[in-house]
Design a protein around this ligand. Structure first.
Ligand code: KIV
Ligand code: ZN
Length: 523
């Protein structure tokens, strides 16, 4: 932090619990699915970064979800591992089965309380909803001590009824009460007042920690979350890069840095190691294939870039002229020229360490081979190139379909033709196809090799770094029967990156085929 302020010492500030739901609410958003191994990786990083509670998934949603929550629970170090559950008793039992492996497990159960949700979604009367809250929290308490209850669509709930629900949930044993702004409708002043009112009016409110959970439909998720803290909440539910349903959730990195930088007016402390924020952002972007917008606060590519002459001049005179926090404070390393084809394994391992990667021996060998291959094709390799290469390897490690080779004939004389070799479940196959341009020919080849009904919804190309030999980063979005997946791949050859991105998306679609959406199924 660079700007002087009048903050109280950390020991005197109120501790705010950071509850990360990247693996549940974040993963729920269209296209952001992660594989089992990717979820384990993200969970490990969140735990190491100091996240207090990791919501690892929704165990009843699918066998895959159950298994990933159970495995994350088994591997947890410091963090509490939470699973989400509807109010149905079998959901709660399944959730308990998954989180029981954690050193500290939590069941997070929720039920809608707003008039519109009760009438149309649940088709229940308020008294029935109250009974369900008591039954569900009681059931969860029979399994674990740590139970969180959420009033879905809490900000559109009639206040007297909300207070009765909260009181009943605490009486039944919930020690955390979350009042979500499920549809991103509230405003900061309103949300602050809501927490103040509920805490004042509910007689047993001192027996629970109150929690904020904000969606970003009107772009106010972070502001609302901070306002909830001013109203007395002490847990924030958020996601890395703000991914989540529709417009997303409050971004963890923004909450943490707002608290760190403005501790003069936000007298709180979190347990987050802020220098790991950039690494977390990049990992989540890589495994979900959701690009981070360039001007995104804290972790966007331009967040610390100073382009105009006046700003650059100011920065040279004193960094505090245009920087309220240093890039180092959030783990941004300056883009640097790294290595070329003569660099050895030790230097490569060292570089990975400074970029925040801690790879096992096999993953390191694989990344090094791909680094050498890239160095043969690209003169200058930047940190971003290495990150793209390693992230891609992490994402592809357990794919069913693997690209072996591709050659394409393109140019002014059509038709364009692609020849591709892939390995599907260990079997090598080759195909040729023509198309309306080289990308179309490449994608037709994939369709011939692996017939599917998924529709291509988005195809986008950007450059990872600068120059004509820059790696092309391709994003592909596929849709099949309402399930949407996005995938990214980078390579100096745009067509190889295109094929790789399409194949990664297909691999993700296969993982996604058997899961249900907890919000849609709630009730
Ligand atoms: O937005 C929401 O209401 C939720 C609940 C399930 C906590 O995600
Ligand atoms: Zn939510």
């Amino acid at each position: 932090m660079t700007t002087e302020n009048t903050a109280a010492p950390v020991s005197e500030r109120d501790r705010v619990i950071i509850f990360d739901t990247t693996l549940r609410d974040g993963e729920q958003c269209p296209g952001a699915s992660m594989t089992f191994e990717e979820k384990l990786q993200v969970a490990e990083l969140l735990d190491d970064m100091g996240v207090d509670v990791i919501e690892a998934g929704f165990p009843i949603a699918s066998v895959g979800d159950f298994e990933s929550v159970a495995e994350i629970a088994r591997r947890s170090k410091r963090a509490v591992i939470a699973g989400l559950s509807r109010a149905a008793l079998n959901d709660i039992d399944r959730c308990a089965e998954a989180v029981k492996h954690a050193k500290r497990g939590r069941i997070h159960t929720f039920l809608s309380t707003s008039p519109v949700h009760m009438k149309y979604k649940l088709q229940k009367q308020p008294h029935e909803v109250l009974e369900m809250i008591v039954a569900s929290v009681t059931r969860a308490r029979n399994h674990v001590e740590d139970v969180e209850w959420s009033s879905e669509d809490g900000t559109r709930t009639e206040i007297d009824f909300l207070c009765r629900c909260v009181e009943a949930a605490i009486k039944a044993g919930a020690s955390t009460i979350n009042i979500p702004d499920t549809v991103g409708y509230t405003t900061p002043a309103e949300y602050q007042a809501l927490f103040r009112t509920v805490r004042e009016r509910v007689p047993n409110s001192d027996k629970a920690v109150f929690s904020v959970h904000c969606h970003d439909d009107l772009g106010m998720a972070v502001a609302n979350s901070l306002a909830g803290l001013a109203g007395g909440a002490r847990q924030v539910e958020c996601t890395i890069n703000g991914i989540g349903e529709r417009a997303g959730n409050a971004a963890l990195e923004e909450i943490v840095m707002a608290i760190n930088v403005r501790s003069d007016v936000l007298p709180y402390a979190t347990g987050i190691e802020a220098t790991m924020l950039t690494r977390a952002s990049r990992l989540v972007s890589a495994v979900t294939s959701f690009p981070v917008q360039y001007n995104k606060a804290i972790v966007g590519r331009n967040a610390f870039a100073h382009e105009s002459g006046i700003h650059q001049d100011g920065m040279l005179k004193h960094t505090q002229t245009y920087e309220i926090m240093t890039p180092d404070s959030v783990g941004v390393s300056k883009t640097s020229l790294v290595m070329g084809k003569h660099s050895g394994r030790a230097a490569f391992r060292d570089k990975l360490k400074t970029l925040g990667y801690d790879l096992g021996e096999n993953a390191l060998n694989d990344a090094f081979t791909r680094f050498k291959d890239l160095a043969d094709r690209k003169k200058v390799i930047y940190d971003e190139d290495i990150e793209a290469l390693v992230d891609q390897g992490i994402a592809a490690a357990h794919d069913r379909i693997k690209l072996i080779s591709l050659s394409v004939i393109a140019g002014t004389r059509g038709p364009q033709r692609a020849t591709m070799k892939v390995e599907v479940d260990g079997r090598v196959q080759t195909e040729e196809a023509e198309g309306n341009g080289p990308v179309d020919a490449t994608f037709n080849c994939i369709k011939a090799l692996f017939p599917h009904t998924a529709k291509l919804e988005l195809y986008q190309v950007h450059a990872v770094t600068e120059g004509t030999d820059a790696q092309a980063e391709v994003s592909v979005r596929l849709e099949e029967e309402g399930k949407v997946v996005t995938a990214k791949a980078a390579d100096p050859d745009t067509l190889v990156a295109s094929a790789q991105a399409y194949i990664t998306a297909l691999n993700k679609l296969m993982v996604k085929r058997h899961s249900v959406n907890p919000q849609a199924a709630a009730g």
